[in-house]
Design a protein around this ligand. Structure first.
Ligand SMILES: Cc1ncc(COP(=O)(O)O)c(C=O)c1O
Length: 469
């Protein structure tokens, strides 16, 4: 008791919003009050009693009973198009071919102790080398993205003999104590968990609509950010690597030429470039990797999430052979390093993405969605900006287009209204409706989701303004 009391001040220190629908808001409570039945409430109560509480998850919003294709279904049988899915559901939930492949693999070889090679792990390594940007032919597998990020950092340190890592403010690179030190969202890196590991440095990112450098256009924002990266690397000769998501989660697409310029800057200063493609890899942005749009190859690429097909956890670190420099050490010594079942799942997931031509679908549906979002912006003054690429899309809500003041209350209102309409998604930075549907989504489903959102934004604004009168 005394201990808890002592912890309280720092534990409850307020944090900048990362997501709008934190689990403690009154809107969340009201939605649950009017929506959830007794059985669901009982399960949520058991969940809360058992799990350590944490922002954005426990206590939970609702309980899920089924997940199939683009849909999740709650205990009461309500179905929601899942336009969040933690970015694991590229091929849709429960793909029959993937389930079969996993079952067959469990029958033939369920596990491989670390010092034994196995066919699916080798085949996956070879396949990843074949689809990744040219030259990234050496791999290590981990169970999750955060671990993969930390392995990438160790490789960069070993290869350069330097220890600092530069990353963007507002980025997220994982929950481990090393990966969260690289992350730039206070929710994950400050407060009671600090201090984290030594070495991370942050730079303000590019972002056309809300540029931290004060630039007015995406191109000028990219220019300012690239200059600052050059400035930092020229002042500090100890930076082993720059780690970044080529398409930012907010979501901001890098302006043309940005990554080429940063690549050149990194080369000039002997700093490695690590791309975190954990959410964007395997086609989410309409190309197999987001960096393929820019034609820029990093020294190390990290991927995860959808790699396990939305069923099993697996992530990967891909590096060029020149970085294979730490053979006397064990940077990726994970129990499931060469698990035949998770690697079989990943291999089959990639085959499904290729054979069902899901990357092209993501590009096509994403383009139609952006055009529609642009029309919505013309009709709805609450929309300050729409942006994205492929199936990483964002609608930024503001109180006024002139001041660009974020409308977090409206974003949260829209979130719950959309749930009532059968659409689940998450908000980013408090006021950006962030849509990341699976790659199997059809154009008709995408338009249906945008219909739900358009209605929710219109109704949400009217209701909030009548309440404030
Ligand atoms: C960009 C990025 N990097 C790293 C991670 C961490 O991945 P994991 O949750 O598998 O550890 C995430 C997860 O959301 C992410 O979005």
């Amino acid at each position: 008791m005394t201990r808890n009391k002592r912890l309280r001040p720092s534990v409850h220190r307020s944090v900048m919003p990362s997501e709008g629908d934190t689990n403690l808001t009154s809107r969340r409570a009201q939605w649950q009050e009017r929506t959830l039945d007794g059985a669901t409430r009982a399960l949520l109560a058991r969940d809360e009693r058992s799990f350590l509480r944490q922002s954005v998850s426990t206590p939970c919003l609702n309980a899920v009973a089924k997940a199939e294709g683009i849909w999740i279904e709650d205990l009461a049988g309500r179905r929601y198009m899942d336009f969040h899915g933690n970015n694991v559901h590229h091929i849709g939930y429960g793909h029959p071919r993937l389930k079969r492949a996993i079952a067959e693999q469990m029958d033939s070889l369920p596990f491989a102790p670390r010092r034994y090679a196995c066919e699916p792990a080798v085949a996956l390594a070879e396949k990843l080398a074949a689809i990744a940007p040219a030259g990234l032919s050496k791999v290590l597998f981990t169970t999750g993205g955060s671990d993969a990020v930390e392995v990438a950092v160790k490789i960069a340190r070993a290869a350069t003999g330097r220890f600092k890592i530069l990353s963007f403010w507002d980025a997220f690179h994982g929950a481990g104590i090393g990966a969260s030190a690289l992350s730039g969202e206070m929710l994950f890196r400050s407060g009671p968990a600090a201090p984290l590991v030594a070495g991370p440095m942050h730079v303000a990112p590019f972002g056309g609509y809300r540029c931290p450098y004060g630039a007015e256009s995406p191109g000028a924002s990219g220019e300012a950010c690239a200059r600052m990266i050059d400035y930092i690397l020229s002042r500090d000769g100890e930076v082993a690597a720059l780690i970044a998501e080529p398409t930012r989660a907010v979501p901001y697409v890098a302006p043309p030429g940005f990554w080429r310029r940063v690549r050149e800057t990194c080369d000039r200063h002997g700093t490695l470039l690590i791309f975190d493609e954990i959410p964007t890899g395997l086609g989410k942005t309409g190309r197999m990797f987001a960096c393929d749009h820019d034609g820029v190859t990093p020294d190390i690429l990290v991927m995860g999430k959808a790699l396990g097909g939305g069923i099993l956890p697996i992530a990967a670190v891909l590096a060029r052979p020149g970085l294979d420099v730490a053979e006397a050490w064990a940077f990726g010594h994970y129990t499931h390093e060469k698990n035949p079942v998770t690697t079989r799942a990943a291999l089959t997931t990639i085959e499904i993405i290729e054979q069902e031509e899901l990357v092209a679908n993501a590009a096509r549906v994403g383009e139609a969605a952006l055009a529609r979002m642009d029309e919505m912006k013309h009709r709805l003054p609450a929309i300050g900006d729409v942006r994205g690429r492929g199936l990483v899309l964002g609608i930024e809500l503001v109180k006024s287009r002139e001041t660009k003041e974020p409308d977090n209350a409206l974003a949260e209102e829209v979130l719950y209204r959309a749930l009532d309409g059968g659409l689940s998604f998450k908000t980013t930075m408090g006021n950006v409706l962030t849509l990341t549907p699976p790659l199997i989504v059809s154009e008709a489903e995408m338009m249906r989701a945008l219909d739900i959102l358009e209605k929710a934004i219109g109704a949400g604004r009217s209701s909030l303004s009548s309440r404030s009168r």
